[in-house]
Write a protein that binds this ligand. Structure first.
Ligand code: ARG
Length: 254
């Protein structure tokens, strides 16, 4: 009997160790004075490395503003896109700001803040190439692996769907004629074309996506703090200033 009890408690302890929270609560973060922020660094103009290898972009400015609003020093960590939410749940960063679309599927694994901007997908192609969903049928389409762009592209019945580790990787294949169209975000499409003066065309918006920051599943105090800080920077003009700097307009959800 004793032995069974001992075994039972061992199972309980081990079980709860396995279930142990792998995140820092907001009071713990406050105490340390620093907040660890995860992003990708390959999604211009939202998050990217400049020539001096510094993280830049709208996501970075918003993340820094939110940290400042919470009275915390930001510490940035760059991480590969496709495993970023797993790393978040492993406690590698306190929150992630990397232009994640809020989806039902992802919300099973992590908790999302209120959206910090709204956007949508577009089709990018060479002049004469596909510009409508109908024209994508039977074509070779490129999209970043593990994104909503990839999911979106599937529904158009492409002949082939080529996936890329980073979003800008697809541009080169588009220019070389290896893909007929690139599905991406409207703002990243504009940036890709303007930064290299490429002769490409962009379709109209095909959908609407709400973009959120993410915390580890169940990190509710941090989630509330981030939502409040977002409200504050949207009310005090800081958000608008950052948005104007990158896009010449306010991209918050309306
Ligand atoms: N919004 C899209 C998604 O959530 C694409 C985001 C890609 N972000 C990045 N850092 N590469 O799937």
């Amino acid at each position: 009997m004793k032995r069974i009890l001992w075994l039972a408690s061992l199972v309980l302890v081990l079980g709860s160790l396995g279930m142990a929270q792998k995140f820092r609560t907001f009071p713990e973060i406050k105490q340390s004075g620093k907040i660890l922020i995860g992003t990708e660094g390959a999604f211009p103009p939202f998050n990217f490395f400049d020539d001096q290898n510094n993280l830049k972009g709208f996501d970075i400015d918003i993340g820094n503003a939110i940290a400042g609003q919470l009275g915390l020093g930001p510490e940035w960590k760059a991480h590969a896109w496709d495993t970023m939410l797993i790393a978040l749940n492993q406690g590698r960063f306190d929150f992630v700001i990397a232009s994640h679309t809020i989806t039902e599927e992802r919300a099973k694994a992590v908790d999302f803040t209120k959206p910090y901007y709204c956007t949508g997908n577009v089709i990018v192609s060479k002049p004469g190439g596909p510009q409508t969903p109908e024209e994508l049928k039977g074509k070779v389409i490129g999209a970043q692996l593990g994104t909503t762009f990839e999911e979106f592209a599937k529904q158009f019945g492409p002949k082939q769907l080529k996936t890329y580790q980073t979003n800008p990787d697809a541009v080169q294949d588009l220019m070389l004629g290896r893909i007929d169209a690139w599905i991406t975000d409207q703002f990243t499409a504009i940036e890709a074309i303007q930064s290299r003066d490429l002769n490409l065309q962009i379709s109209g918006l095909l959908n609407r996506e709400e973009i959120g920051m993410a915390v580890a599943k169940g990190n509710s105090l941090l989630l509330a703090a981030l939502n409040q800080a977002l409200d504050e920077i949207q009310a005090n003009g800081v958000y608008e200033q950052i948005s104007m700097k990158w896009f010449g307009k306010d991209i918050r959800c309306k």
